[in-house]
Design a protein around this ligand. Structure first.
Ligand code: G6P
Ligand code: MG
Length: 217
């Protein structure tokens, strides 16, 4: 009995929101916009382009296309300078335990991330080889809550969408999984991720009995 296990990256496998925050805050400051932690929360799961659009809207600013592209590029340079210093210690608690258990049970595993930096991050934290497929922001054109990224991941694993299980920390990602007809598992707060089929605060709360139940479902 094989299911497709699909993991979001940012906020599920690693906590990169703090690096996105620093890079977005620097960008916002450079154009005279304040940027708060609360706003950063709202950018979870949101693509790079959409994130900058939101920041500009919040700051009531319009800029030229050239400036927009230049800001996107320098934001990513800053972000990558943080990523460069990452190592396996930044993997969130018990993620390797769950990945290893799924491997032992011979279950297909894919990444399903909006990030265009996903491969680099997985490589830095030494998790690249745990994935049978990697689907990220370079492979899709429609951002979450559109289900495209998860449907492409299901296809890459050769598993039907209804037989897939998605781990997600963002509201948009949970919605994408639900629209794709997959089981959605929220990683974070119940009151934020209430649309998910199950919510856990982190992987330390997920035991092998629960995973067995998902596999047998
Ligand atoms: C994830 C993060 C977002 C980020 C997006 C694009 O969804 O939660 O905060 O904007 O990926 O990431 P990228 O690495 O391509 O800028
Ligand atoms: Mg995420």
């Amino acid at each position: 009995n094989k299911k497709g296990f699909i993991f979001d990256l940012d906020g599920v496998i690693v906590d990169t929101a703090k690096y996105h925050f620093l890079a977005w805050q620097k960008l916002a400051k450079s154009i005279g916009i304040d940027f708060s932690h609360e706003q950063n929360e709202q950018l979870k799961g949101v693509s790079r382009v959409k994130s900058l659009e939101k920041i500009l809207t919040w700051g009531n600013k319009t800029i030229s296309e050239d400036k927009f592209n230049a800001l996107m590029a320098s934001k990513n340079d800053d972000y990558l300078s943080f990523i460069a210093k990452m190592n396996h210690n930044e993997i969130l608690p018990d993620v390797p335990k769950v990945l290893n258990y799924l491997k032992e049970q011979d279950q297909p595993i894919s990444l399903g991330s909006a990030s265009k930096n996903a491969r680099q991050i997985l490589e830095k934290v030494d998790l690249l080889k745990q994935f049978d497929a990697i689907v990220d922001g370079n492979d899709v054109s429609k951002a979450k809550p559109d289900p495209e990224v998860f449907l492409v991941a299901a296809k890459a694993l050769n598993i039907k969408p209804e037989e897939c299980i998605v781990f997600e920390d963002s509201v948009a990602g949970v919605q994408a999984a639900n629209t794709a007809n997959m089981i959605s598992i929220g990683i974070g707060e119940q009151n934020v991720l209430h649309e998910a089929d199950y919510v856990f605060s982190d992987f330390t709360e997920i035991d092998t009995a629960f995973i067995d139940k998902l596999i047998k479902r």
